[in-house]
Design a protein around this ligand. Structure first.
Ligand code: DGL
Length: 275
C-alpha cells in the first residue's frame, strides 16, 4: 500500500475561508485538510498591515507544525498584505487567492474592464489592481476597485438573500454599471455567498470565485509535484477535515453549515499568540 501523503493546510482570519475549503473539497475530494480559523482575532480586513503580517505568520507556523504539504491562504486580506511573509516562513508551497483569481479574470474579460471588491485592507493594498495590470499587455485594460466592508457582517448574520443586503449591495455595486465592467473578482472569502444578490445588480458581469480558482490552481500544482492523494476507489469520500479555531464563535456551527453545506462536529480550540 502506498504511503498517505500529508494534508492540505488552509487558513483564514475566521469562518470565511470555509467558502474556499468548500471549493477544495469539490475539486480535490480525496485530499485531507486542516482548517485554521483565527476567530479570536477576526476581522483582519480593517487592521494594519503590521498586525495582519504578524497574525499570518502565526497561522502559517501552526499549519507547518501539523506537517502540511501545501498552505492555502484563504483570506484575501492576508493574500493581499502578507503573502510574502507566509512564503518566507513556509518550507512547503503556498497558494494565495490573488494569482489564480486574476488569471481567470484576465481570461474571462472580453472588454478588459475588470472590477475587484474586497475588504478595506485588500483594496487599499492595491495587490489585486497591481497584479492585474502587471499581467496584461493590453494598454486598454482598466481596473475598478471598491471596498465592501459591510458584506462580511451581513453574511455572518445569515443575511444572504435579505433586503438589507440587497440595499447595501446596490449602494456598493451600482457604480460598476457605469464603469461598464464585464468581469468582477469576488476578492473576499464571504462574497461568493452573495453571488445571487450581486447578480441581481450586475446581471451581465462574470463573477470570479477566487476560492474555486485557487482549488483548480492547487490541483495542477499538486499533480505537477506528485503530491496528489491517490483515489482509493470510485466512491467519493466524506470530507476529511480537522478544524482548529482560536475562539469558539457563538454561531459557528450555523455559519459553518451555511458556508460548507455540511455540519462540523469536532473543533479544537488553539492558542496561536505568545509562541
Ligand atoms: N477573510 C477575510 C478576507 O477574505 C474577510 C474577513 C476579515 O476581514 O477578516 O479578506
Amino acid at each position: 500500500m502506498k504511503e498517505e501523503k500529508s494534508k492540505i493546510g488552509i487558513f483564514d482570519s475566521g469562518v470565511g475561508g470555509l467558502s474556499v475549503l468548500k471549493q477544495f473539497i469539490k475539486y480535490l475530494p480525496f485530499e485531507s485538510y486542516i482548517y485554521l480559523g483565527d476567530t479570536a482575532r477576526v476581522p483582519y480586513g480593517n487592521k494594519s498591515s503590521e498586525t495582519i503580517k504578524k497574525y499570518a505568520k502565526e497561522c502559517t507556523e501552526f499549519l507547518l507544525s501539523k506537517n502540511v504539504k501545501l498552505i492555502v491562504v484563504a483570506c484575501h486580506t492576508v493574500s493581499s498584505v502578507a503573502l510574502e511573509e507566509v512564503e518566507k516562513v513556509s518550507a512547503v508551497p503556498v497558494v494565495g487567492m490573488i494569482r489564480p483569481a486574476t488569471k481567470s479574470a484576465l481570461i474571462a474579460s472580453r472588454n478588459k474592464r475588470i472590477g475587484v471588491i474586497g475588504t478595506r485592507a485588500t483594496i487599499a493594498s492595491n495587490a489585486y489592481q497591481d497584479y492585474i495590470t502587471q499581467n496584461s499587455y493590453n494598454s486598454e485594460l482598466r481596473v475598478f476597485a471598491k471596498p465592501c466592508p459591510l458584506f462580511v457582517p451581513l453574511v455572518e448574520e445569515g443575511f444572504i438573500n435579505h433586503s438589507a443586503t440587497k440595499l447595501v449591495a446596490n449602494e456598493y455595486l451600482s457604480d460598476f454599471l457605469e464603469m461598464n465592467i464585464d468581469t468582477l473578482i469576488l476578492g473576499c472569502t464571504h462574497y461568493p455567498l452573495l453571488t445571487k444578490v450581486i447578480k441581481e445588480i450586475l446581471p451581465d458581469v462574470e463573477l470570479i470565485d477566487a476560492g474555486e480558482q485557487a482549488a483548480i490552481f492547487s490541483l495542477r500544482l499538486l499533480a505537477e509535484n506528485k503530491l496528489l492523494q491517490e483515489e482509493k476507489d470510485n466512491f467519493l469520500p466524506s470530507p476529511n477535515v480537522e478544524f482548529y479555531l482560536t475562539d469558539m464563535p457563538m454561531n459557528f456551527k450555523e455559519i459553518a453549515k451555511t458556508f460548507l453545506g455540511f455540519e462540523v462536529d469536532k473543533i479544537e480550540i488553539v492558542n496561536l499568540s505568545g509562541k
